[in-house]
Design a protein around this ligand. Structure first.
Ligand code: ASC
Length: 129
């Protein structure tokens, strides 16, 4: 699927960047740093939900490049890594559902759970940036 390991690294980093941009836009609303815009929240939640499926395929064997911020634990504990990815993929449709209610309070709850899921996987598997 990827011609070179570096292509896989670029692919997954790009996917995370797009996902984080949309998640961050919702976060700004949740934190009161941006005005609540229900339509924008839903559009961004849909991007997060779609993107949450993409990065994991790019963590194949031989893609543990030293300057990629990915900890070697990913490849040593692939089952746990995959379980963390699955957890995110179970939560993101809930973020979409919450956004569809148009209620910031509902979005806040799922946003918080989702952010915790991001963070716990980063704590286990991402080198300090
Ligand atoms: C974000 C983002 C992350 C997560 C994480 C949650 O918006 O870019 O990596 O949330 O900070 O704790």
């Amino acid at each position: 699927q990827f011609a070179k390991p570096q292509d896989a690294v670029k692919y997954r980093q790009s996917a995370f960047i797009v996902m984080a941009a949309s998640f961050g836009r919702i976060g700004a609303m949740v934190q009161g740093k941006a005005p609540f815009d229900a339509k924008a929240a839903l559009q961004n939640a849909e991007v997060v939900a779609f993107m949450s499926h993409l990065p994991w395929q790019a963590f194949g064997p031989g893609t543990d490049l030293p300057d990629s911020h990915a900890k070697p634990e990913i490849w040593k504990e692939m089952d746990k890594f995959k379980a963390d990815a699955d957890k995110l993929q179970q939560l993101t449709p809930k973020l979409v559902a919450a956004a569809k209610t148009g209620k910031l309070d509902e979005i806040k709850v799922v946003f918080g759970e989702t952010a915790k899921t991001c963070k716990s996987c980063h704590d286990s598997f991402r080198e300090e940036l």
